[in-house]
Ligand binder design. Structure first.
Ligand SMILES: Cc1ncc(COP(=O)(O)O)c(C=O)c1O
Length: 384
């Protein structure tokens, strides 16, 4: 039985990580697994030998990616579109979800811009408002739920907040959104890969995640889940690869208005890149094999250790009950130099330094020793 499997141990050896590098920055970009690098090189080799590429190579790997990704979130293969970026996926949602005059679109404070700009544009076109939930001292999910009302057309939020690492209860938020007839879009870029999500439970209308952070995949590809009721919508591009007749290369000019079934109509042009898809398959295969629940089990104690060390130094962090297993934002000591990020990097230690916070994002290649190395180096730099 899957659940009886041993807990994960540190997987550093599976990654291309030099010994002296302390990389606590998966929220910026993950290092590559050896298997993913090899798959990428193999993708380059395939691209270099076009005489071996058949029509099937334009479709089968994409289907494999759909299958692997849908397995991670308990979706159906037909519900997955391949998009180049999160902003593109949010753009698809913004193109299709109706928003009327005087309705509102709920987002949270300091949300990543890819999940803001399409909504600002839509709100301005429709004379609607973007309603921003300030993150309070107390329960952050409560604050979001309280801002959803019968004028809410869309709730467009992350699963985990990209600077603080706070985790929102999507089950409760989704339930409230459904009660008032609002759509729910989830940006799972900073969570999926370390924090499980089941679309059958959360019931998002759209869910999008970039491949290159905690999903350990290539840059230039993102995964979009689309709920059944939105699968007849308008794509952002009128491409040929997602048409019902696309696999028949000899008849492409028998123009076809019908799309491929399900969310495939939203795929981006040239999504058959051998490089991107090979890397995506390798990374998704590895994550499926480890299982996200086991990855979470591995990273949670690292987050708890980060919080404990921050407490010792009296540094701010979100309330522990709202901390995700993906990352945590901590306040920096007042004595931090303005080039703190650079000084940490000189010592081989990498986190994201933003304003007065550091975002510490562990993954399966990290250990308690990495966390200690970060805090020890921080103390040395800020003591002088
Ligand atoms: C929460 C979140 N969403 C999305 C992205 C990436 O967006 P895009 O794919 O539009 O570049 C990032 C990058 O840091 C992010 O932190």
């Amino acid at each position: 039985m899957e659940l009886a499997r041993e807990p994960l141990t540190c997987q550093r050896d599976a990654f291309e990580l030099p010994e002296d590098i302390c990389w606590l920055n998966s929220a910026y970009m993950s290092p590559l697994l050896h298997s993913v690098s090899h798959a990428g090189y193999e993708g380059v080799r395939q691209r270099g030998q076009p005489w071996r590429l058949t029509a099937d190579d334009f479709f089968n790997p994409a289907e494999e990616v759909r299958k692997l990704f849908s397995g991670l979130i308990n979706a159906d293969n037909d519900g997955i579109a391949l998009v180049p970026s999160v902003s593109y996926g949010v753009g698809i949602a913004a193109r299709n979800v109706p928003v009327q005059r005087s309705q509102n679109i709920v987002v949270v404070e300091e949300q990543f811009p890819s999940n803001i700009y399409p909504w600002r544009e839509l709100a301005s076109e429709q004379s609607a408002t973007v309603r921003t939930v300030s993150l309070p001292q107390g329960n952050w999910t409560d604050a979001i739920v309280d801002h959803i009302d019968d004028k809410t057309a869309v709730v467009a939020i992350p699963h985990v907040h990209w600077t603080t690492g706070a985790q929102f209860d999507l089950g409760r938020i989704g339930e409230r959104a459904r009660q008032v007839g609002s759509a729910l879009l989830v940006d799972a870029t900073q969570s999926l890969g370390t924090l499980p999500l089941d679309v059958a439970t959360v019931q998002p209308d759209f869910l999008v995640a970039a491949a290159y952070k905690c999903m350990l995949g290539p840059y230039g590809l993102s995964y979009l889940y689309v709920a059944p009721r939105w699968r007849e919508g308008k794509p952002l591009e009128e491409g040929w690869l997602n048409r019902a007749n696309a696999a028949d290369f000899s008849h492409l000019t028998d123009y076809c208005d019908e799309y491929m079934p399900g969310a495939r109509r939203y795929d981006f042009g040239q999504r058959s890149s051998t490089i991107l898809l090979s890397m995506a398959i390798a990374s998704l295969t590895q994550i499926a094999d480890w299982r996200i629940e086991r990855i979470e089990q591995y990273t949670r104690p690292l987050i708890e250790h980060i919080v404990a060390r921050a407490d010792e130094l009296g540094l701010w962090h979100p309330p522990i009950h709202s901390c995700s297993p993906c990352m945590v934002g901590i306040g920096l000591p007042g004595t931090s130099p303005s080039d703190l990020g650079k000084q940490l990097a000189k010592n081989g230690v990498y986190v994201s330094v933003r304003k007065n916070n550091a975002r510490v994002a562990p993954h399966v290649y990290n250990s308690i020793a990495d966390v200690d190395r970060f805090f020890d180096t921080l103390q040395q730099i800020t003591a002088s």
